[in-house]
Ligand binder design. Structure first.
Ligand code: BMP
Length: 216
């Protein structure tokens, strides 16, 4: 994953054509597009191939199955031209290893989520999940931007692995705070995709990213 803009656009749009339009206008401002399961359910996996013509695509499929099934999911993701995949860590290291063995790009492990309910199970497990991601050779971890202290703790654990952080803007996470606590990339959906002018919204985030870099 390149670290040029430090912005990943979550293309959480209802259909493939809308996702493609959003990808075309935001491509100059981001390092990757994130594609989630609802988009693929509506548009089919072909949307990943089409989006990959406009930039790097990370499939946020939150892969969380037995090793044999994980392997098939991750193979399909890379067969369709994705450059990365987001997987869960809680199924354990054999499930994660299966993803890493067949990946032809980045594997990011979800270590702590942005929504309030994530406290119940992730708070107890997040540090162990991050350590496992580091030890097994993942590219990075995903930690909610609503949890800056956890981002800082993850940075200590994962050393120079990438930290991607969703939950900025609409969910209340502050872009500067997340970056100052150690995040590498902001994952942003609705703040861009539902803005009256998505390009201006993306540019605003790039300004916040730049300002956070200045204050480090
Ligand atoms: P938004 O910026 O519109 O809140 O979108 C955030 C995106 O990141 C969504 O695609 C969501 O599924 C994803 N995400 C998240 O918000 N929190 C997490 O902890 C993990 C996620 O993948």
């Amino acid at each position: 994953m390149k670290r040029e803009h430090r912005l990943i656009v979550a293309l959480d749009l209802p259909d493939g054509e809308e996702a493609l339009s959003m990808a075309r206008v935001t491509a100059p401002f981001c390092d990757a597009f994130k594609v989630n399961v609802p988009l693929v359910l509506s548009a089919g996996m072909g949307i990943v191939d089409r989006l990959a013509e406009h930039g790097n695509v990370v499939c946020d499929f939150k892969v969380a199955d037995i090793p044999a099934t994980n392997r098939r999911i991750v193979e399909a993701v890379f067969d369709h031209g994705a450059s990365g995949v987001i997987v869960h860590g809680f199924p354990g290291e054999d499930s994660l290893d299966a993803c890493l063995q067949v990946a032809r790009g980045d594997v990011f492990v979800l270590a702590h989520m942005s929504h309030p309910g994530a406290d119940r199970f992730f708070s107890a497990a997040s540090e162990e999940i991050a350590a496992m991601a580091r030890d097994r050779g993942a590219s990075g971890v995903v930690v909610g931007a609503t949890r800056p202290r956890e981002i800082a703790r993850m940075r200590e654990i994962v050393d120079d692995l990438l930290i991607l952080t969703p939950g900025v803007g609409t969910q209340g996470g502050d872009p500067g705070e997340a970056l100052r606590h150690g995040a590498d990339h902001l994952i942003v959906g609705r703040t861009i995709t539902t803005a009256p002018d998505p390009v201006e919204a993306a540019k605003g985030l790039l300004r916040a990213i730049h300002d956070a870099g200045e204050s480090l």
